[in-house]
Design a protein around this ligand. Structure first.
Ligand code: IVH
Length: 684
């Protein structure tokens, strides 16, 4: 095909667009360092799509528009999908939404009316779940829409995805084969907690919840996936055999909900007209930030599934649905300065000082730059025009520089050599990204430590925030955390903003904090690498501050979940005479320094005390998978049947074990029975 009838300037623009899209998609997918916003990328993509629609001769096989998005990872087993796993086209305005309705109207019988379902557009990853006889047999990513990565063992660790449906007795009858589509994601709170823990442990935080979820889903070791807080929402049936499924999208969502899948109950709506859809979009927009998960828009779907199907597909996008995208909370502005902020562990976090810019309802003047490695990786320079992003309540952060906007006057950003607060030397541990102030007596570190000590995550002293702590320090009323416990009303009343009632409440809250569990106190100390998870672990093992203080590096390292850096940080912390004195002050003030040793776990796992024997081939679980599943739920697996065997799990072509079990009266289970036992526990 030649381009004879294409004006040369159009051909040149198309070539330029292709080059830009190639470069930016490489930056996004390969380098993980985009320099333009998603919305800007989409705009370029659409411009090329429009040119190609107008001049079909322009389409080349290597055009970015011809690529079906793929998330395939080369080293994972593959699964061929039963039906294409389609994508969605986008609308960026109400006008584009109306244009969509008009386009599909032309394909429908004269005067046909439509009703719609509106759903959240989850910012996660598609997962395709295959249930055979109600049992989760396979889980795959979208991949290229035809073939996906097999992530079954990982998906089995996601609590919101049932291993067997219906979850509750009395749910709908399940078709023999049911293929469900959903989205795996991380809730905002879980993501924030995970990142806080990573920072406390000196690891690089994830850029956003979607990346964190994607990383977790594609782990080689399902135990790593299990340790990441994933959830999933389901929204479609891709395929069913041997049973009836609903004829409308609205009923599909209710049907999936009745099986026990998580659906976005609070957001989904069944609406009769496009005007109602538009009104709902407008009503919903301000609620978006308050949702527990990230959404980048709403999806509008034709409710009648046969009509939606008959409307067909353009490329990879079905005509029967469209994503309404909210304007991206991204903007470009100038990077004026970078200030290292001293954190409680001494870590120096680069903070961007920006030319004020209006971003989804607020003026942003500062943004996080995460760490100095990332600045170097993304080649962010002082004076750069940068892209700033803000999603939900998250602190705005700098995505990257707009390289094309450089004038040549930009200057590189160097990590600090001295602490900006106390002037002490700055150090960095091998294998860690963070630079930190080496002076444990740094006034800024002390202030931050006390702020952390009183915070909700630590000792939870209500009525004392960042400002209050600074006031107490400045007034000389406290020098360390322990001084809080000897504060008196007459000390506080003269301070600005400390009225009678407030002082009373604060003192009561300080009193209550003396009784916090040991794990909270350990977490509150602000030892590097010791967040709430590690603190729980330490409290659980040592039962008292004194035992922990006496622990050696080897003893600590021997604990699962504690690495050498953290072990060393703990030993060093307790070796510091200032910290020993702090503990003695706590003791003198009556702060609780030990826990009663408690029973190891409060809720026994469902298979505790049960012994299983496996025989024959199970329909879905391999033998080692079944064994691992039983063991993670507290059961034991034995090789031979005896009177002590609680259950024999029987698959196809069972061996002589079956006869033996029958002779001994040992009850038998099939795979589905085993999964039911895991979910519900043995019947009393
Ligand atoms: S429906 C034919 N519904 O958005 C149906 N997709 O941009 C096509 N997504 O790959 C998909 N929330 O991973 C649908 N409520 C929702 C969705 C949703 C998020 C994702 C999905 C898809 C991507 C397309």
């Amino acid at each position: 095909m030649t381009a004879q009838n294409v004006p040369p300037q159009v051909a040149a623009r198309a070539a330029e667009l292709r080059r830009l899209l190639r470069e930016h998609s490489y930056r996004y997918y390969v380098l993980n360092a985009p320099t333009i916003t998603d919305a800007e990328y989409d705009a370029l993509f659409r411009e090329l799509q429009q040119l190609e629609a107008e001049y079909p001769a322009l389409v080349t096989p290597d055009s970015p528009t011809q690529r079906v998005g793929s998330d395939l990872q080369s080293d994972m087993p593959k699964v061929r999908h039963v039906a294409p796993v389609l994508s969605l086209s986008n609308a960026y305005s109400v006008a584009e939404l109306r244009a969509w309705r008009e386009r599909i109207g032309k394909l429908l019988p004269e005067g046909a009316t439509l009703d719609y379902v509106v759903e959240p557009k989850f910012d996660g990853l598609t997962v395709v779940l295959t249930y055979e006889d109600g049992v989760l047999a396979r889980a795959a990513t979208r991949g290229d829409g035809e073939v996906g990565d097999d992530v079954t063992p990982n998906v089995r660790t996601v609590r919101a995805i049932p291993l067997r449906v219906p979850v509750m007795t009395g749910g709908p009858d399940v078709p023999r084969v049911l293929v469900v589509r959903g989205e795996v994601l991380m809730l905002k709170d879980d993501f924030a907690a995970l990142n806080a823990q990573r920072v406390a442990e000196g690891l690089t935080p994830f850029v956003n919840a979607r990346n964190a979820a994607a990383g977790a889903l594609k782990q080689k070791d399902p135990r790593v996936t299990a340790s990441r807080p994933l959830t999933a929402y389901c929204y479609a049936i891709l395929h069913a055999e041997g049973g009836d499924v609903p004829a409308t999208q609205w009923e599909t969502l209710q049907y999936l909900g009745a099986f026990g899948f998580r659906i976005a109950k609070d957001v989904i709506r069944h609406l009769e007209t496009l005007d109602e859809v538009i009104a709902y979009i407008e009503e919903f927009a301000p609620r978006r930030d308050a949702l527990p998960y990230e959404v980048d828009g709403l999806v509008v779907k034709v409710n009648d599934l046969a009509t939606a199907h008959d409307l067909g597909v353009v490329g990879k996008d079905p005509r029967g649905a469209i994503a309404y995208k909210f304007p991206a909370a991204e903007a470009t502005t100038k990077l004026l300065d970078v200030i290292p902020q001293v954190g409680r562990t001494g870590v120096l976090t680069p903070t961007a000082v920006l030319e004020p810019v209006f971003l989804s309802g607020v003026t942003v003047k500062q943004a996080s730059l995460h760490n100095y490695d990332l600045i170097a990786q993304k080649d962010i320079r002082l004076g750069d025009t940068v892209i700033v992003k803000r999603s939900g309540e998250v602190i705005p952060y700098v995505v990257g520089p707009v390289v094309a906007a450089r004038t040549g006057a930009e200057r590189p950003i160097e990590p600090p050599k001295q602490c900006p607060a106390c002037g002490a030397a700055v150090a960095r541990d091998e294998g860690e990204v963070a630079y930190y102030c080496t002076n444990p007596a740094c006034p800024e570190r002390i202030a931050r430590n006390i702020e952390y000590f009183v915070s909700r995550a630590a000792m939870d002293i209500e009525g004392l925030g960042e400002r209050g702590v600074r006031q107490l320090l400045e007034a000389g009323l406290i020098q360390d955390e322990a001084d809080l416990f000897t504060l008196k009303a007459e000390d506080l009343l003269p301070l600005e903003g400390f009225a009678e009632k407030k002082v009373q409440n604060l003192l009561a809250s300080i009193q209550a904090a003396k009784e916090r569990p040991l794990a909270r106190l350990i977490a509150a100390l602000g030892i590097r690498g010791v967040g709430s998870t590690v603190a729980e672990l330490l409290a659980h093992h040592f039962h008292s501050i004194d035992a922990l203080a006496a622990a050696t590096q080897e003893e600590l390292e021997a604990l699962e979940g504690i690495g050498p850096h953290t072990a060393r940080a703990v030993v060093e912390w307790f070796a510091d005479p200032r910290n020993r004195r702090l503990i003695e002050k706590f003791r003198a003030a009556g702060v609780r320094l030990a826990d009663e040793p408690t029973a190891p776990d409060t809720t026994p796992p469902t298979l505790a005390g049960l012994t299983f024997v496996l025989t024959g081939t199970l329909p879905h679980l391999k033998r080692n998978e079944a064994k691992a599943l039983i063991e993670t739920h507290g059961g034991k697996v034995s090789g031979s049947v005896s009177r002590k065997t609680s259950y024999l799990v029987v698959g196809e072509n069972p061996g002589s074990k079956l006869a033996k079990a029958q002779a001994l009266g040992v009850p038998t289970l099939d795979e589905a029975g085993l999964l039911a036992l895991i979910e519900e526990g043995p019947n009393p």
